[in-house]
Design a protein around this ligand. Structure first.
Ligand code: HEC
Length: 116
């Protein structure tokens, strides 16, 4: 019985870590900053890289394409002529789990608070 109970507790723990994933923009922001992305991507101003607002406008309603791009499986649509600056950066996030990647995409697309 004791064995059964601890087995149940373990599987409950497993289920909660698999399903209770945090894909919030706030978590995405943390990952974005921790991976050094914010060095080139400011919120509203285009600097070395396009601003988050510029990227958000391009990917509005296209979060799935954004995740594909971040996974290195989709084309660049914002400034493809400068893709050679961005491409090496994708290596840093290659190992992220899906919910982390999703959180980062949520953060990026929610970074445009100007109505255009
Ligand atoms: C050294 C500067 C630099 C860093 C660091 C950087 N980027 Fe970029 N990023 C760029 C440049 C330049 C572009 C424009 C080229 C392009 O659009 O392909 C870009 C474009 C993008 C785009 C738009 C892609 C598209 O569809 O055209 C996304 C999304 C993006 N970066 C996310 C990230 C993330 C996430 C990180 C952190 C892992 C990151 N960037 C780190 C310079 C950088």
């Amino acid at each position: 019985m004791k064995k059964l109970m601890s087995g149940l507790a373990l599987s409950a723990l497993f289920v909660s870590t698999v399903f209770a994933q945090d894909i919030s923009a706030e978590k995405g922001k943390g990952i974005f900053e921790a991976k050094g992305c914010a060095v080139c991507h400011k919120k509203d101003m285009d600097t070395i890289g396009p601003s988050l607002a510029t990227i958000a406008r391009a990917y509005l309603g296209r979060e799935i394409e954004l995740v594909s791009y971040l996974r290195g499986q989709g084309p660049a649509i914002v400034d493809p002529a400068r893709a050679s600056v961005m491409n090496p950066q994708l290596v840093k996030i290659r190992m992220l789990f899906d919910p982390e990647m999703q959180a980062m995409a949520t953060y990026i697309v929610s970074s445009n608070d100007r109505p255009f």
